[in-house]
Design a protein around this ligand. Structure first.
Ligand code: ATP
Length: 300
């Protein structure tokens, strides 16, 4: 199979997964295009790590299918795993090693390991080569994990909650720059996060998970273009919630209401007018507001 012609690096189709009676993944379908930064967002327990484990072939699809570089990662791990740089949620680094030993040890697994780049990252991250892994802070541990996922310039960088433990400066100045660089070099970055503002700053494509389901996916540009926030007023207080076409959520009371809606802005504005209201503000909601409107919860 000529895998360089494949445009979707990851293809998940109808994937479901149960743990006992708990449906952790419910009919997930998504495609991750080559050369993009793909952000998977969702709150605690949404199913992000379970999905990532299927992509890595650590869990076998019970229902549906998973293809990475066109291969089943469970049946063909060798063709898949050598091309992925992975940062697990728990980091899983050997506690007894020193940072320099970790670099040399990991290098042995990857013919394409770039020691000059690894050293550059080590400097950038401020990691002491003689420090023991077990003595690293949570943030330093996250940096060490990120470093070894990056240093052989994998075709697919797969990061489970890379921000956890990193301070805002490192997140903004280093992590986001790394993700962009990976995509600019034609490689693919897939990361999970519960930080919607971060995803909004860096991702080209987004999938939002809630309770095991993908509640929304698409390019960030399309998602933002297709969602609107309208604030509208009535001359007289309204005792019942006004109806607006495409509304995902409506909040307010009395004279003033705010709607987050999906679809045609014109249709929503016309709907407000039909209900007797007038639009006083009309803009694009943040990804956070879209998620809350879609999932019906703030608990992300
Ligand atoms: P978080 O952001 O908290 O890491 P997540 O989105 O990564 O959450 P998952 O770890 O994928 O969520 O978990 C999804 C659901 O499946 C949760 O309810 C979790 O308790 C359950 N789950 C995950 N792994 C197992 C397992 N091995 N056995 C039983 N239940 C599991």
């Amino acid at each position: 199979m000529n895998t360089t012609s494949i445009t979707s690096i990851i293809e998940v189709s109808g994937l479901s997964r149960k743990f006992d009676s708990k449906l952790a993944l419910n009919n997930i379908t998504l495609k991750v295009p080559r050369g993009r930064v793909f952000g998977l967002v969702g709150g605690n327990g949404a199913g992000k790590t379970t999905l990532i484990k299927h992509i890595l072939g650590l869990l076998k699809a019970e229902t549906g299918s998973v293809r990475v570089f066109g291969f089943d990662p469970v049946a063909d791990p060798v063709k898949v795993l050598g091309r992925i740089g992975y940062l697990s949620e728990n980091r899983d680094l050997p506690a007894w090693m020193r940072v320099d030993e970790l670099l040399r040890y990991t290098q042995a697994f990857y013919p394409k390991w770039d020691m000059a780049f690894a050293e550059e990252l080590r400097h950038q991250f401020g990691l002491d080569p003689s420090a023991k892994i077990k003595n690293l802070s949570r943030g330093e541990n996250a940096k060490a994990g990120l470093l070894i996922a990056l240093a052989y310039r994998p075709e697919l960088l797969l990061l489970d909650e890379p921000s956890s433990g990193l301070d805002p400066v490192v997140r903004r100045d280093i992590l986001e720059a790394i993700l962009r660089t990976v995509a600019d070099e034609g490689r693919t970055a897939f990361f999970s996060s519960h930080l919607l503002d971060e995803v909004e700053r860096v991702a080209d494509d987004v999938a939002m998970m809630f309770a095991g389901q993908v509640v929304l996916s698409g390019t960030l540009d399309d998602i933002k273009e297709n969602h609107h926030r309208l604030i509208f007023r009535f001359d007289a207080p309204q005792s019942i919630t006004p109806q607006v076409p495409g509304a995902l959520s409506i909040a307010g009371s009395g004279n003033e209401w705010t709607v987050i809606c999906n679809g045609s802005r014109q249709a929503a504005i016309a709907g407000v007018a039909r209900a007797g209201g007038r639009v006083v503000a009309d803009d694009t909601p943040s990804l956070d507001e879209i998620f809350v409107a879609r999932a019906g919860t703030k608990h992300i």
